[in-house]
Design a protein around this ligand. Structure first.
Ligand code: VG1
Ligand code: CO
Length: 542
């Protein structure tokens, strides 16, 4: 074992989902090592036989980082490391494998939806033995440790062959290279009615899945094309590339352009879907029809009992605060609780572990259930396919029927990316200061019921998370929410979330931006977005 002297780096504070920085930052000597040692020091000595799961979304620097982590895991006393072949593990597959093999925890290498390549982003996060992202208390402790670290430890050993299945000894650590897909595909097959989906597809139902040259390609090919019999070519951009083909592996209407063009073009397939860099997000499209992630969560909750895994009903639903209230209405109808958490999957872990909820979702194209402790892109796709196979109706008809029954939550998110950090922080500080005085005022005809900075008390462990976003709630149930992204790596990203509920089914056909126009204008009145950021339009609208 070698002990290497080091000094702390600034800014190794995990954000919404792990530590994300430019590759150039991660590739500096000691940078990754410091962070990994801080994680290990925070965990403390591991028990005999402890297993660590390691894998990533295949982006540039993935393999280099894995070799370093394995040498450090050996020095820290782990007995076994389970590594996805080629260094590949989607985030939900990593969660699945941690749980299935009762691992101590896992290190996932990903910057998710952020671009990859030598000039772009890299990331790392620790997931605990429940398969879920480390809770805030742990990430805060890791950050504190990065501030005081003076050394890290690793063993001197040759690099491990990551491409051949089997076992290699790295000092006392047995490194086992595993099939990254099989366990996950088996889990999916245990949750859904694959026979029904297979006959739907055999009957001529056409689908397209865009893996965006990111991690889900091999998973989608195995599940959709091999196990469910969809024709070869159903999965497009299915080869994971270190730079995602130069694209932005974020499944939304702007970045998944190839899929969107096909789904809104002539002779479009019946169903289209895409996933992100690390496979935990999903976008679901029907023919000429976009399903908002918030609606998707609500529709899946309302139809959950059609799927074998949820046939006996769901215990409850959780959504992040900015996610629309569509799922709340379903929960109310079902008579189950609905929890509102801060942004980021780590806040769902306790609720899932305690059995308080079965389904969770975020407006940012994240949906998942208690089958793992991460959001899960392909899982959502399969749940939709199971519902479609059972209802024998189109995506659009199912969503419109849902609106007719529950009302429609018009919803949109506006992202202002790469904004000057001081300007963004100034905008948030201004809102925070203005918040207490806003209640009772009337803005463009909307009366403010409450304006606050969202805080959350975890109902399981009592931990409190503050400053999770400024929300302006109106008396008619509409709202606008402002928060800064915790996943970006350059400047700041301001997110504006806008929601309005419409009960009247004769008014469910407005274009979303039109239906929300007054609230969008009002958000600028309140926050001074244009004046403060110098942007006259958002970078991305979803
Ligand atoms: C974003 C999303 C959030 C999601 C997070 C991680 O965070 O808004 O809902 O959980 O990304 O997703 P932020 O702080 O940038 O708004 V992933 O797929 O990047 O791991
Ligand atoms: Co992701």
């Amino acid at each position: 074992m070698r002990i290497v002297a080091t000094t702390p780096f600034d800014g190794q504070k995990p954000g919404t989902s792990g530590l994300r920085k430019k590759v150039k930052v991660f590739a500096q000597p000691h940078y990754l090592e410091n962070f990994v040692q801080a994680v290990f020091d925070t965990l403390g000595p591991v028990p005999a036989g402890a297993v660590l799961v390691v894998g990533g979304d295949g982006r540039y620097h993935n393999r280099t980082a894995i070799q370093t982590i394995l040498k450090m895991a050996a020095a820290h006393g782990f007995s076994r490391a389970l590594v996805g072949q080629g260094g590949i593990l989607s985030t939900p597959a990593a969660s699945c494998i941690i749980r299935k093999y009762q691992a101590f925890g896992g290190l996932i290498l990903s910057a998710s939806h952020n671009p990859g390549g030598p000039e772009e982003d890299f990331g790392i996060k620790y997931n605990a033995g429940n398969g879920g992202p480390a809770p805030e208390a742990l990430t805060d402790a890791v950050y504190a440790r990065t501030r005081s670290l003076t050394e890290y430890r690793l063993v001197d050993a040759p690099d491990v062959d990551l491409d051949t299945l089997g076992e290699t000894q790295v000092d006392g650590l047995t490194v086992q290279v595993i099939d990254p897909v099989a366990d996950y595909a088996d889990l999916m097959e245990s949750l859904f009615d694959f026979a029904a989906i297979r006959s739907l597809i055999a009957g001529g139902f056409r689908l397209r899945f865009d893996a965006m040259h990111a991690v889900t390609g091999p998973y989608a090919r195995e599940i959709l094309e091999k196990r469910l019999g969809a024709p070869a070519g159903t999965v497009i951009n299915g080869m994971p590339l270190e730079d995602f083909g130069g694209g932005h592996p974020d499944p939304n209407l702007v970045y998944a352009e190839e899929l969107v063009a096909e789904m809104f073009g002539a002779n479009a397939p019946d169903f289209g879907a895409a996933s992100d860099g690390d496979g935990d997000r999903n976008m679901v499209l029907g023919r000429n029809f976009f399903v908002t992630p918030s609606d998707s969560l609500a529709v899946l909750a309302a139809n959950a009992t059609l799927c074998p895994a949820y046939a006996r009903g769901i215990a409850g639903v959780a959504r992040s605060m900015p996610t629309s209230g569509a799922a709340d209405r379903v929960a109310a109808r079902l008579g189950v609780p609905c929890f509102e958490t801060p942004t980021g999957w780590k806040f769902f872990g306790n609720l899932l572990d305690a059995g308080k909820v079965t389904l969770c979702g975020e407006e940012s194209f994240g949906t998942g259930s208690d089958h793992v402790r991460e959001k899960d892109g392909l899982w959502a796709v399969l749940m939709w396919l199971n519902v479609l196979a059972s209802r024998k109706d189109s995506v659009e008809a199912i969503v419109r029927h849902h609106w007719a029954e529950y009302g429609r939550n018009y919803y949109s998110r506006h992202d202002y990316e790469g904004v000057d950090s001081d300007a963004a922080n100034g905008l948030m500080a201004h809102l925070r200061a203005a918040a207490p005085g806003l209640a009772g005022t009337v803005l463009r005809g909307y009366t403010v019921a409450l304006c606050d900075d969202f805080a959350y008390t975890d109902p399981v462990d009592g931990s409190v998370s503050t400053a999770q976003g400024i929300r302006v709630l109106f008396t008619d149930g509409s709202r606008v929410v402002f928060r800064l992204s915790g996943t970006g790596t350059s400047g700041a990203t301001l997110r504006l979330y806008v929601e309005r509920y419409e009960a009247d089914a004769t008014r469910h056909d407005q274009p979303t931006q039109e239906a929300l126009a007054d609230l969008i204008a009002l958000a600028d009145d309140v926050a001074g977005i244009v004046a403060r950021t110098g942007r006259d339009a958002p970078t991305v609208i979803t």
